[in-house]
Design a protein around this ligand. Structure first.
Ligand SMILES: *Cc1c(COP(=O)(O)O)cnc(C)c1O
Length: 424
């Protein structure tokens, strides 16, 4: 029988994998004489080797052509955001006109709520999951107050109903049924950051729309991790960041999706000159004429240096494709799960749903014995070059990213946990 814990087995899995690793196209942080096993791509993805050239290109253009860089050269700044438009669309299952790279995630969430959260006395409420990422909750709560409504009654939070703190579709359905008549907006994560649970986006959209609510998604942990079909799913809007699975660097320019059905709609919005149609933008006229589609929500001319690394990242995603990447992700995360079940079940409880369809790369692992023991294991792993991340009160998140993590990385995690347990 195959020994899953045999390094030769992991090496063999890497060798025969249908999608050879792109690890050599990334800069892998060092640990001692070797490399880290880096599982924190859900927090800050690694630097693609191609990023530096794109950043230097911008610096060079600035140095040599200064203001002319706006309208000369292949990657001129005036239209720089359009360089990523088609690839970004393919990544999230959208038409190019439905996506734009701009701002940062929470900023985009606010801009989208300005347009898509239109509360009335009869329909003032927003529905989110209980335990939402704090920034999302702050944004939603402040929007409710901004419109003169009361989060105590108008922020509806759906509590997890499954033993590990995950949410069943039937709980979501029951909540939307119960509160549907008061809902202006359902805002949901693609993947829950703490548990790693992936949701059925089309089903949530159908439910929200059936009850007369708009439906938007925060895809921070889903983009570049799961296949998405935003256009076909009828999602009204979505926002995400590019520094997690998209490997575009700290504080990278974020992403935003607005469904084509809203492209020409006369939605209220907070406007800025970069959202004005390009043909007449520089006539500098006082009235605002939005660019049709997602680009009409832009405010400012974008931070070109912040956008540059995204080009390198999207080139890789586009070359590999989300389907092949997801297939590899299933193999890597499946291997991680198998290793835990085989020998580590007394130490680690998998919080993330067991059905591969209901998760992405990440497994959230609760350490037996409580918080102190969890912290001790987390620190032991880090000291041995195995980097996951810690989420209070007792969860270690491990996210094998299929572009650069390998079966050997995954085995290294499992063997380090084993060594820690056996030494205790
Ligand atoms: C990472 C993350 C954020 C971060 O927001 P920024 O505006 O990029 O700082 C927000 N929400 C969720 C769900 C996240 O996972």
């Amino acid at each position: 029988m195959t020994d899953l814990f045999d390094p030769r087995h992991a090496a063999h899995l890497d060798e025969v994998d249908a999608l050879p690793t792109r690890r050599d196209q990334f800069l892998i942080p060092r640990h001692g004489d070797g490399e880290q096993a880096y599982f924190v791509g859900n927090s800050l993805g690694l630097q693609p080797r191609g990023a530096r050239a794109h950043v230097e290109e911008v610096l060079d253009a600035w140095a040599t052509r200064a203001v002319e860089g706006h309208f000369t050269g292949e990657a001129q700044w005036m239209t720089y955001h359009t360089l990523v438009r088609e690839q970004l669309g393919r990544l999230v299952g959208a038409r190019p006109s439905e996506v734009v790279a701009m701002n940062t995630l929470t900023t985009n969430l606010h801009l989208m709520m300005v347009s898509f959260y239109r509360p009335t006395a009869e329909r003032p409420a927003i529905m989110i999951e209980a335990g939402a990422f704090p920034s999302d909750r702050h944004a939603v709560e402040s929007q409710i107050r901004f419109h003169g409504f009361d989060p105590d009654t108008d922020l509806i939070e759906v509590a997890p109903d499954e033993p590990n703190g995950t949410l069943s579709m039937s709980a979501i359905e029951a909540a939307i049924r119960e509160h549907g008549h008061r809902l202006a907006l359902v805002l949901w994560p693609g993947i829950q950051y703490r548990t790693g649970q992936f949701f059925d986006l089309p089903a949530i959209v159908r439910l929200a729309h059936a009850h007369g609510a708009r439906c938007g998604f925060d895809l921070a942990h889903a983009v570049g991790n799961r296949e998405l079909a935003l256009h076909d799913s009828g999602v009204d809007f979505a926002v995400w960041c590019h520094y997690k699975y998209l490997n575009s660097g700290p504080g990278a320019v974020a992403g935003c999706f607005v469904h084509e059905k809203h492209a020409d709609a006369d939605l209220p919005r907070f406007a800025g000159w970069w959202g004005h149609e390009p043909a007449t933008r520089f006539l500098m006229a006082p009235e605002f004429k939005p660019t049709p589609g997602a680009e009409g929500w832009q405010l400012s001319n974008p931070p070109i240096l912040g956008l540059a690394p995204l080009r390198a990242s999207l080139e890789l995603f586009d070359e590999v494709g989300m389907d092949a990447l997801r297939a590899k992700s299933l193999r890597l995360t499946g291997y991680l799960e198998a290793l835990i079940h085989e020998r580590l079940a007394d130490v680690l409880q998998v919080v993330t749903p067991a059905e591969p369809e209901r998760r992405g790369c990440q497994l959230s692992l609760r350490v037996a014995g409580g918080r102190d023991r969890g912290r001790a294991l987390f620190e032991y792993l880090a000291a041995h070059g195995v980097l996951g991340d810690w989420r209070e009160p007792d969860v270690i998140r491990i996210s094998p990213a299929p572009l650069y993590n390998t079966h050997a990385d995954v085995l290294r995690f499992a063997r380090t946990v084993e060594a820690w347990r056996d030494a205790a």
